[in-house]
Write a new protein. Structure first.
Lengths: 507, 100, 678, 548, 168
């Protein structure tokens, strides 16, 4: 198989599936179930997971390789994120098979958009060329903008979509500015070239400015405070399965870019960005937790919690390269597992109309839906960071990296913050298991049965969360070998003498 | 014989006017326009740097940005239309159902 | 002599307790009685055998048994270990003998009570703990008995648990005793700290081995005194004893007169080695003793409740014993302890018989002229009154005289003062006892023949009685042994099962003092000699030889005071019955002071209990708990919530505001990344 | 066949497997399936724990662990599944074992709905508790430590008595979780310094002063440990969660709410890893313990709510233990550990009894009661026995512990040991006062307001079954303490200050006692201390040496 | 020439941008934006990016802005109301924007010398023409982004259809 094909196999599979779904959608008569399309999408995702696994296999045998003129680089890092994103997408698709009831005719587009979005995210994680990152980012962003407004009937949906779109574009402009400045400082936009260009550049200040701009742009994507403002509103208005997806996969991808950019692209500027990362972490944790503290709407609550978790994840960045990457990666995985799980369970409980919104509505759910409540409880515990869950081990591991590198104060602050955080998770948890109030919506909750795919999905998420907490060895092994190497994609660019582009080709 | 820096400053001015427009304008479409303005400012930066480095890749970036802007415009305007359908308004100040 | 028999002495009553306590409810009363009596008489027999054995000159001075450790940690160990020496033997004899008699009496007195089995179980439990206390060979085991008798006392005082006053009295007794135990415990901790052991022999041997006096020994001694004041009802902790009369009368006789309350005296005597090294502590003991002798005696003069008079008299007599210990005359103290056990048990049981005869009436103002109606009780009580008043040759005379004499001889500037106090107390004692005697048995009958007016139903009777006691201006705290109500058919003499113990005790009250007739009166003071091995005899003998001449004079003075007491009482309450009331009116403030027991309970309530509760409720419960402990958490939570609502206000829902935050954030990020470098 | 090397794992897994099985058994209205299942599981676990007592090797070297099992768990960071018990933890494991079936019995009638949830949570709580007592790997321990909070909080939130239950649950959770989170930071810091989570190894490193050069950092780390544990105990001013939680927690769970977990953690981990810091901070903790004793008792004295009373009495009792263990004397430590056992049993009995009252009359307000003694003779007997054990009546279990604790605290090398011991000893007075008041208000006097509801409904056979083992244990443990103490003493002698030992025949003056921090003493300093004791040199010179 | 172009069209661009800011009717704003884009096209050309200048006019001004105007017309957007929904935008946002500008300008001007100057028309090294070079790069080293753009456009189309389609 050609290297180019191999490098992009998962993306290609997803794209083809997406196109297929898109094409088949109009073929199916209106009013008929779009489930087969969903199954097709699931199949495609599974195939892309298999492709990723194959990539990993190749990786193990022949080492890191690049493709498309060093635009993409397949290393353990990207394979990890490919797997993560594909798994999140798979689980989300499984759980949302039955989400769109019959009056919604564009369920097919939903599946296609999810697949395309995933493709974009995967591009983000595997490319070492900032332009490609930007394209990937746009693909994933635009699909999520659309997905956020998918329940068009609701006023909140279009509002959510608009807010996400406007603010997202606003932030994208900053990110783009950052790329421009990178280019200005080093004459290249390839991460490897930036790293080497930084050593010779005449205008290092521009590079510093570039780092700042990229931090702003990606800070928005990972919803780190103070760029978090969109998160609660968008999550509240977006459909629950979409929130499950967009609170995990694009965030993971953005973190992947951030990791690559900061640790591989601008390691020389660590002294400049590390403080900012620290501040972002502190602000995110604090604001996320404080905002969630008095929140009544469950989805908003989880939105704030995801802000806080971005903060925890940023704490991992304070470690040394290897620690930081492995800590952040593990945390991303754990966070993805538990957050997807929690939101998918909420999807199952509250349904398409989302009649159950506030914590009071969830009071006594455990009586009607004991298994779902137990699962949600488990995910909440993981989000709190109770041992023997992925959330705990992730936090433990991420913070060990920080402490190991001397950021004890930051770690203590973060852990204390997680202590405050347990208040709101616990409020929801306690509500789940309380006797229902007389007029709570849970009292009139229809005794819906859980569909098999959805059950498989939430159970898989729960098992993943549990496995990450109890038997994290295999994942740990993967992430500990994931710290991406900086392959010099371009030769060092001289001031302006030789042809700078495309002097190296794909292996 | 204009210093590159002046082009960059010009771009910065445009960029920040774009930010200001985003902040000040109430009409959603105008706000969207201010984003386009910001992108244009970045494009100018790219071109200036491309000129400085004597490299064509900077120009190609601009090209890609245009494509992206066009795509965004399509989607963004569709979103605005969807919003207008449900809310009958284009004023962002009245788009605040969700808060706190 | 098989020393293992020692184990049986306390264990047998315990077995009785277990049997009656678990099965008693289902057993017939006869069986309960049989069990209780059997398990009390057997120890008495063993003690008798021991006595015989120990009296012989060839016998060892003490017998000991020890078990495996009870508490064992590295560096400190305590066993269950019993020791019998001559001191122990005397107390053992008193406890088992008097205890057995009272058991017999109770079988009659309590015959119709609801919780018959419970009563006897508690009584046996008391015997167990009392015997452990006496037999123990270490401070800790002594403390076991010490606390245990307190428990038994608590249970027995609260026997009529349906009555609030009884429940209160039980609780009060336990808590006040605990205040004493506080001192006892601290003393033990100090002993462990300094001697590393709690065994009497170890500790006393170590004290003897060093020449030191005072210092921490004083501290230990004083803390032990705190313990003793609690258990032996000395000032300032005597307040529980009068209230303890809420218990059934046999309990008052056994626990609150004859045995338990003397534990403090026993303990001080037992620790004489320690106290001898601390003149200061001894002085404190003497002063407390003297004060305790005097003050309750004055209160006793004006009380109307027959049992209360006896209760105050008990406190007063305990003061005597304490004073004896304080002046170093431990033997005299123990001697008085023994005689007091006889005559006070007798007095209480007789009083019980009177009460029994009057169907539960305890107020002396409605008694009178009972001499003819209940002759056996009258005569027995007369013996007791003569004994306590110190009329020779009754038992009380010898022991009290010995104490006064030893006090007089005490090598301390205060000795004469204390002696004077003792003498005056003797007068008061004589006065109030004869007052009781006259008011109860002489003069015109002031009671109504109750007849079968009491409803046969126990509860109804109880309720009625409580009601009556509240409305009556006469009765202060009417005891109502409700069992009697049902079968009261007028005033009647008690059955033999009750009068027999009375008679035996009456005899003992007469002859009990003869074992300690001092040399001055031609006796041999055998009692002192018997205790000699315990209290280091050499010094005493030497003293006696030198100062014997003063003794008859002093004795004569005390006899005169006793007689004076008799005549005053005779005059006030027999010859001119109104005199007492007239005097009370004339000296109304004094009378009121005495009548209200110097307002000690009220003062304690006002100065200690109320402030403590107030502090607990408002300062600790309110200020500290609600304010500091909960408040800190609440404040933190409130601040966090406030910050939370601030963050939520930031989330205004307006896109332009959000963009504003983004722009500001962007500026901040750029500035930080540009300028902050490290 | 020799089970010794896996017995702890069996004990740990039994309730876990039981919980899983119970979780899949469907719940039927009114059926006792889950009650019976939980009873079987807990009894089986209890029997397994008895194996420990039977095969414990008293001759083993002090400081070694028995029934150890080590299984590699996580490669990097280096974490093992390492469990084992010593003289300290063995009895605590057995204690946890015996309390569980009693808890199940106590819930027999009290829990009527959602039985499955209740017993699953109850068994999980049991797992966490056993895990805490067994874990010898700091990470594993922390896992169980945090895990123990969750089922408890859920039990409170779900089965609480009043509408306040959710607040109480969250309060409990926050109070214990936030300090634990900081404890986690301290733990990770320790790991970065030492590269191990293994407790025995950490203890060795601590003994050789090779954990960290920075004493300030080590201090902060130790404080994080101490505070986390102290809140759980709870030590005096940190007990804000206690009374609310106790009020809401169902009987079966409230037995294990306070005391043993925190105290064990202090003994095992705080004393084990931070011996010097512990000794330096001991005066403070002794003071807090003494104050806590008096404070808890005094506040209990004025309560009208039975559960509140029980909460403050718990505070008072655990403060005794704090006072004892921080004295660092053999007596204090042994007594403290012994008192953990006693306090748990006494507390369990008290809560069971209160629960029985509540089942009958539906209130915890003392003012509603009165005069029940005539109707419930067995119940009043049990109440009295329990109260007497609680107030430390000799021959009952509470006494041995309290006595040793107080005698140990007097020997502690702290300023004014007499003052603190005396304050602590006042507890015996106040505890008698409030316990007896409670009994009086419940049982004596006239029948209370609810006289019409009082029926002849004394203890039932099942209730006897709950209470008699405890009552018998009170007596047996009060009389035959060496049976337990010999293993506890192995721990106590190892942990106590070797400096403080009694020389027969020597008599120390109270006045000459001088406080000397005994930690961090080199042999040269040891000489100084002994010189000081014998009065050769003035205390001031020692002080200057300490400063150095 | 270069300087003159820069001054004239720079000022025109700024003026257009400010006009966008101050005009109340969206159509006016859109037209101002077209002015900005045109000015920029000239500047691109002056910097040697002829192809981009053309694309700017065709794609941006020609297509994208038409789309905007079309939507403005479609939704019948009138003069924008002066609502005061946000104080933060003025309190935090405007100073933030000013600060961003100040920082950027500060950095650029500080690095003025290092950044060098421009020549009219530009001079790419060793290439036939601007367009040749662009196409070469586009189909070699930047092939993947180019291909990926197709997905982006596909998504955009799909999204526009989904959102704009009238239903429910």
């Amino acid at each position: 198989m050609s290297t180019n094909l191999l490098a992009l196999l998962p993306e290609i599979i997803l794209t083809i599936t997406g196109v297929l779904v898109m094409v088949l959608e109009p073929v199916i008569a209106p009013g008929k179930s779009r489930k087969p399309l969903g199954w097709l999408a699931i199949l495609g995702t599974a195939a892309s997971i298999a492709a990723t696994c194959y990539q990993k296999h190749v990786l193990n045998t022949s080492g890191v390789f690049t493709a498309f003129y060093s635009t993409v680089q397949i290393d353990a890092f990207s394979v990890f994120f490919h797997l993560l994103i594909a798994c999140v997408v798979l689980v989300t698709l499984l759980a949302s098979l039955d989400y769109f009831a019959s009056p919604i005719t564009h369920a097919g587009e939903y599946f296609a958009l999810v697949l395309f979005g995933a493709t974009g995210m995967m591009f983000m994680t595997c490319s070492v060329e900032l332009l490609m990152v930007f394209i990937g980012l746009e693909i994933s962003s635009i699909s999520t903008y659309i997905l956020a407004g998918f329940r068009k009937g609701q006023a909140t949906a279009s509002e959510s979509s608009l807010k996400y779109f406007l603010l997202g574009s606003f932030a994208t402009a900053f990110f783009l500015y950052g790329i421009a400045l990178c280019f200005g400082a080093t004459g290249s936009t390839s991460i490897g070239a930036i790293a080497s260009g930084l050593n010779t550049t005449a205008t290092p200040t521009l590079a510093i400015l570039a780092v700042a701009m990229v931090l702003i742009g990606l800070g928005f994507k990972v919803s780190a405070a103070p760029f978090h403002v969109w998160t609660p509103d968008v999550y509240q208005g977006a459909p629950s399965p979409v929130v499950a997806l967009m609170s995990t996969a694009p965030k993971a991808a953005a973190f992947a870019v951030l990791l690559r950019f900061l640790f591989n692209g601008t390691p020389q500027l660590r002294g400049h960005w590390i403080l900012m990362v620290e501040i972002l972490a502190i602000l995110s944790m604090t604001i996320g937790n404080l905002g969630a503290l008095l929140q009544k709407d469950v989805k908003r609550l989880l939105a704030y919690s995801s802000i806080a978790h971005a903060g925890y994840l940023l704490v991992a960045f304070t470690g040394v390269h290897k620690d930081a990457v492995s800590g952040a990666l593990f945390y991303t995985a754990a966070y993805a597992a538990m957050n997807v799980g929690a939101l998918l369970v909420i999807t199952q409980i509250s349904g398409f109309d989302e009649k159950l919104r506030s914590i009071d509505d969830f009071t006594g759910v455990a009586l009607k839906r004991p298994y779902l409540a137990a699962l949600l409880g488990f995910f909440l515990l993981s989000l709190i960071g109770i041992p023997f869950t992925g959330g705990f081990f992730g936090k433990f591991y991420a913070f060990s990296g920080a402490i190991h590198n001397g950021y004890v104060g930051l770690a203590i602050f973060g852990l204390a913050n997680s202590g405050v955080a347990c208040y709101y998770y616990l409020r929801l948890l306690a509500a789940l298991y309380s006797r229902p109030l007389g007029d709570s919506s849970a009292a009139v909750l229809p005794a819906r049965t859980l569909s098999v795919p959805a059950a498989v999905a939430v159970t898989a998420a729960a098992l993943a969360t549990l496995a990450l907490g109890v038997a994290p060895n295999s994942v740990l092994h993967l992430v500990q070998h994931s710290a991406p190497e900086t392959l010099p994609a371009y030769v060092v660019v001289p001031a302006a003498a030789t042809v700078p582009v495309a002097t190296t080709t794909a292996p | 014989m204009v210093p590159i820096a002046y082009y960059l400053v010009l771009a910065a001015i445009l960029f920040c006017i774009g930010i200001a427009a985003f902040l000040i304008k109430r009409n959603v479409i105008t706000i969207f326009m201010s984003i386009e303005l910001m992108l244009n400012a970045v494009n100018l930066t790219f071109v200036a740097f491309a000129h400085m480095w004597h490299q064509v890749s900077g120009q190609i970036f601009v090209f890609f940005v245009m494509v992206v802007a066009a795509a965004e415009a399509a989607v963004g305007l569709a979103i605005i239309i969807a919003l207008f359908r449900t809310r009958q308004t284009l004023n962002v100040d009245s788009v605040n159902l969700m808060k706190n | 002599m098989n020393t293992n028999l020692l184990w049986l002495i306390p264990t047998l009553p315990f077995a009785g307790f277990l049997l009656n306590g678990t099965l008693g409810r289902r057993l017939p009363r006869a069986a309960v009685t049989a069990i209780a009596l059997l398990f009390t008489v057997l120890p008495a027999l063993i003690v008798a055998q021991l006595w015989m054995y120990m009296k012989s000159a060839s016998a060892p001075l003490s017998l000991s048994v020890a078990s495996k450790p009870w508490i064992a940690v590295t560096g400190f160990q305590v066993n269950f270990a019993f020791t019998v020496d001559h001191l122990t033997l005397i107390i053992l004899a008193v406890v088992t003998g008097v205890g057995f008699l009272i058991h017999i009496y109770s079988a009659g007195y309590m015959a119709h009570e609801e919780g018959y089995w419970r009563f006897f179980a508690y009584l046996n439990l008391f015997m167990f703990f009392m015997l452990v206390l006496v037999l123990s060979s270490s401070f800790l085991l002594l403390f076991v008995g010490w606390e245990g008798v307190g428990l038994a006392s608590y249970l027995l005082i609260g026997f009529y648990f349906k009555r609030d006053s009884a429940a209160n009295a039980g609780k009060k007794a336990f808590v006040v005793n605990r205040i004493g135990d506080f001192g006892f415990l601290l003393a033990m901790f100090l002993i462990i700290q300094h001697f590393g052991s709690l065994n009497f022999t170890d500790v006393f041997a170590k004290i003897s081995a060093t020449p030191m006096t005072g210092g921490f020994l004083t501290a230990i001694a004083l803390l032990l005194v705190v313990g003793a004041t609690g258990k032996s009802a000395q000032i300032p902790l005597y307040i529980w004893l009068p209230d303890a009369m809420e218990g059934p009368t046999p309990v008052s006789a056994l626990i609150h007169a004859a045995t338990m309350v003397t534990a403090g005296i026993y303990m001080v005597a037992r620790c004489h080695t320690l106290f001898d090294r601390s003149p200061y502590a001894l002085g404190v003991v003497a002063i407390i003793g003297a004060a305790t002798a005097l003050m309750p005696a004055t209160i006793g003069m004006v009380q109307h409740d027959i049992k209360r008079v006896l209760a105050y008299s008990t406190v007063s007599q305990l003061g005597y014993m304490f004073m004896a210990c304080g002046v170093g005359a431990y033997g005299a103290g123990i001697f008085h302890l023994m005689t007091h056990a006889f005559f006070k048990a007798l007095l209480f049981l007789s009083a019980g018989s009177v009460i029994h005869a009057l169907s539960g009436e305890q107020d002396m103002r409605v008694m009178g002229g009972l001499r003819k109606r209940i002759p056996i009780t009258f005569w027995c009580m007369t013996m007791g009154v003569f004994a306590i008043a110190g009329i020779p040759p009754f038992a009380g005379f010898f022991s009290k005289d010995e104490i006064l004499y030893q006090t007089y001889l005490w090598d301390n500037p205060l000795s004469k003062l204390l002696w004077a106090v003792g003498l005056f107390t003797a007068f008061l004692t004589s006065f109030y006892m004869f007052r009781l005697w006259f008011k109860t048995f002489f003069g015109a009958p002031r009671f109504e023949e109750h007849g079968p007016t009491h409803a046969p139903d126990l509860h109804a009777a109880h309720g009625a009685a409580v009601h009556a006691s509240k409305s009556s201006t006469l009765t202060l705290e009417a005891e109502h042994d409700s069992g009697q109500a049902a079968h009261a058919h007028g005033v009647h003499e008690s059955p033999l099962v009750m009068t027999l113990p009375l008679m035996i005790l009456a005899v003992l009250s007469i002859i009990g003092g003869w074992v300690g007739v001092p040399l001055a009166f031609g006796g041999h003071n055998e009692f002192e000699h018997f205790l000699g091995p315990v209290f280091n005899p050499t010094e005493h003998v030497a003293e006696h030889v030198v100062t014997r001449s003063a003794e008859p004079v002093l004795a004569a003075m005390s006899v005169l005071t006793a007689a004076l007491g008799f005549f005053v009482a005779y005059f006030f309450y027999y010859k001119k019955p109104g005199t007492g009331a007239a005097l009370a009116k004339k000296f109304a403030p004094v009378y009121s002071l005495l009548d209200h027991k110097y307002w000690v309970d009220e003062i304690y309530g006002l100065v200690i209990v109320a402030p403590l509760l107030m502090v607990s409720r408002f300062v600790l419960g309110g200020l500290v708990e609600a304010g500091l402990v909960q408040g800190t958490g609440a404040t933190l939570a409130g601040t966090t919530r406030g910050a939370g609502s601030l963050v939520r206000r930031m989330q205004s829902g307006n896109i332009r505001s959000y963009a504003g935050w983004l722009a500001l954030g962007a500026a901040a990020v750029i500035a930080v990344v540009l300028f902050a470098h490290y | 066949m020799n089970f010794d090397h896996i017995i702890l794992t069996i004990i740990l897994l039994a309730p876990l497997v039981g919980a899983l099985i119970l979780a899949v058994i469907p719940e039927r209205e009114g059926a006792k399936t889950h009650h019976i299942g939980a009873l079987v599981v807990t009894l089986f676990t209890f029997l397994c724990t008895l194996h420990l007592a039977a095969h414990f090797n008293y001759a083993s070297a002090p400081g070694t662990f028995q029934f150890e099992q080590t299984v590699p768990w996580i490669a990097s960071p280096h974490i093992n599944y390492h469990v084992g018990v010593d003289g300290l933890s063995m009895w605590l494991v057995i204690l946890a074992g015996i309390l569980a079936p009693i808890g199940v019995l106590a819930s027999w009638n009290a829990i009527k709905v959602r039985t499955k949830l209740f017993f699953v949570l109850f068994l999980l709580q049991q797992v966490a508790m056993l895990g805490i007592f067994m874990a010898l790997d700091l990470f594993l321990y922390y896992g169980f430590w945090e895990l123990s909070i969750v089922p408890m909080a859920l039990l409170i939130a779900t089965f609480g008595r009043t509408e306040n239950r959710r607040r109480a649950a969250i309060k409990f959770f926050l109070y214990t979780f936030i300090p634990s989170a900081i404890l986690l930071a301290a733990m990770i810091w320790l790991y970065t310094k030492t590269g191990t989570f293994d407790l025995p190894m950490l203890q060795q490193l601590a003994a050789s002063h090779s954990i960290s050069d920075s004493s300030a950092a080590l201090w902060l780390c130790s404080l994080a440990f101490l505070v986390a544990f102290a809140v759980k105990v709870p030590v005096f001013p940190l007990h804000g969660w206690l009374s609310d939680a106790v009020q809401e927690t169902p009987t079966a769970a409230v037995m294990v709410l306070a005391g043993k977990l925190g105290l064990y953690s202090i003994l095992r981990f705080y004393f084990g890893i931070f011996p010097e810091q512990a000794r330096h901070i001991a005066p403070l903790l002794i003071a807090l313990g003494a104050i806590g004793i008096a404070y808890g008792a005094l506040v209990a004295l004025v309560q009208t709510d039975l559960k509140k009373l029980a909460a403050f009495s718990t505070l008072s009792h655990v403060s005794f233990i704090v006072l004892g263990i921080f004295s660092f004397t053999v007596a204090g430590l042994d007594g403290g550990v012994y008192q953990i056992l006693n306090e748990s049993l006494i507390g369990a009995a008290l809560f069971v009894l209160l629960g029985l009252l509540y089942e009958r009359y539906g209130t915890y307000d003392m003012r509603d009661y009165g005069g029940l003694a005539g109707k419930h003779p067995w119940m009043v007997t049990m109440f009295v026995v329990t109260s007497l054990a609680a107030v430390g009546l000799p021959m009952l279990s509470g006494f041995v512990g309290e006595f040793l604790i107080l005698s140990g605290s007097l020997q502690a090398y702290i300023p004014h040991p007499m003052v603190w011991t005396a304050i602590g000893t006042t507890g015996v007075i106040f505890s008698a006062a409030y316990m007896l008041s409670m009994i009086q208000k419940l049982f004596y006097g006239d029948l209370g307001l609810r006289s019409e509801e009082v029926v002849g409904w004394d203890l039932k056979p099942r209730e006897h079954l709950e209470l008699w083992p405890l009552a018998v244990l009170f007596l047996v443990m009060g009389v035959f303490s060496p049976f337990w103490m010999k293993s506890i003493d192995m721990y106590g002698t190892l942990t106590a200050d070797k400096l403080i030992h009694f020389e027969p025949g020597s008599i120390k003056h109270i006045e000459t006692e001088t406080y000397t921090p005994t930690a961090n003493l080199t042999s040269q300093q040891l000489d100084v201390v002994s010189d000081l004791q014998s009065g050769k040199i003035a205390p001031a010179s020692v002080a200057s040496k300490e400063v150095r | 020439m270069q300087t003159a172009l820069f001054i004239i069209f720079g000022i025109a661009a700024i003026a257009g941008a400010l006009n966008l800011l101050f005009q109340h009717h969206p159509i006016n704003s859109a037209l101002s934006l077209v002015v900005v884009m045109m000015s920029l096209a000239v500047l691109y050309w002056s910097l040697g990016a002829e192809f981009l200048a053309a694309a700017q006019v065709i794609v941006y001004a020609g297509a994208v802005m038409v789309l905007f105007v079309f939507v403005v017309m479609l939704l019948n957007a009138g003069v924008e109301e002066h609502t005061s929904g946000s104080k933060i935008a003025y309190i935090a946002g405007i100073p933030g924007a000013a600060a961003v500008f100040a920082l950027l300008a500060f950095v650029f001007l500080k690095n003025k010398a290092a950044l060098g100057t421009t020549q009219l028309g530009g001079d790419l090294n060793n290439v036939v023409s601007n367009l040749t070079e662009i196409s070469h790069t586009l189909f070699t080293s930047l092939l993947l982004p180019f291909e990926a753009t197709s997905i982006l456009i596909l998504v955009a189309i799909l999204g526009a259809v989904v959102l704009a389609r009238k239903e429910l």
